[in-house]
Write a protein of this length. Structure first.
Length: 226
């Protein structure tokens, strides 16, 4: 028997008028969702969950809520591989990313696990305001202006023994790199390829955008970059 949050019997008794519940095969995986039947394509309208199992224990997963085929509220996405699990919690408003976005990537190696997590805010399809979290052993902080461009000081601080820290900094002015702590021969003449911008855009394009594509229906403005 299929269930949503373990409440299959009670849920089916509380479905809004004209709605139905589905549990079964869906886009090469399995899904549970509430929908409005139509003569054409059914309209998703309510809780939605999807999981696709792959070989070697890998899987893709998405959970959230639709209103008339449009993503709304809080959604979660997971891509789990052999040695890496990537998670995303995002908020949607009228199908567009809007609000806090939390990204976590855990990489497992013989030497142990390495975790990256970042918290940021999305508005008008852009990363805006403070960004904070952790890159491996270092604490990260940065900021984007209202146009989604790096602005102010971006840094990673790595705590060391005897209360000392190592810090790597870049200073930005509305998308223009004006200072970096990297050695002269390591500086990037192209601000688009600076250390932080390149690393951050890799996460946005290769991880976050791919996570959002697990359940693309009902999304707008899901291609992020700074």
């Amino acid at each position: 028997m299929c269930k949503i949050n373990g409440l299959m019997i009670r849920l089916t008794g509380r479905l809004p008028k004209g709605h139905r519940f589905y549990c079964g095969r869906y886009h090469r995986g399995r899904a549970k969702f509430i929908y409005i039947p139509t003569h054409g394509r059914h309209v998703l309208d309510g809780k939605f969950s999807y999981k696709r199992k792959l070989e070697h224990g890998r899987y893709r997963k998405a959970e959230g809520r639709y209103e008339r085929n449009i993503k709304t509220g809080k959604w979660s996405f997971v891509r789990s591989g052999r040695n890496t699990t990537i998670r995303l919690e995002a908020n949607f408003k009228n199908g567009a990313l809007d609000g806090d976005l939390l990204y976590t990537c855990e990489e497992r190696t013989i030497a142990g696990s390495m975790r990256t997590n970042l918290k940021m805010t999305i508005a008008d399809g852009k990363v805006k305001g403070a960004i904070e979290g952790k890159f491996g052993k270092g604490s990260f902080s940065g900021r984007c202006d209202d146009n989604g461009q790096p602005h102010g000081t971006w840094s990673v601080v790595i705590k060391k023994l005897l209360h000392s820290n190592d810090e790597l900094r870049e200073v930005w002015r509305h998308g223009n790199l004006v200072y970096t702590d990297l050695q002269e021969e390591e500086k990037y003449p192209n601000p688009e390829a600076s250390f932080f911008r390149a690393r951050f855009n890799y996460i946005l394009s290769e991880d976050i955008n791919r996570l959002l594509s697990i359940a693309p229906q009902g999304s707008r403005n899901i291609s992020l970059a700074i």
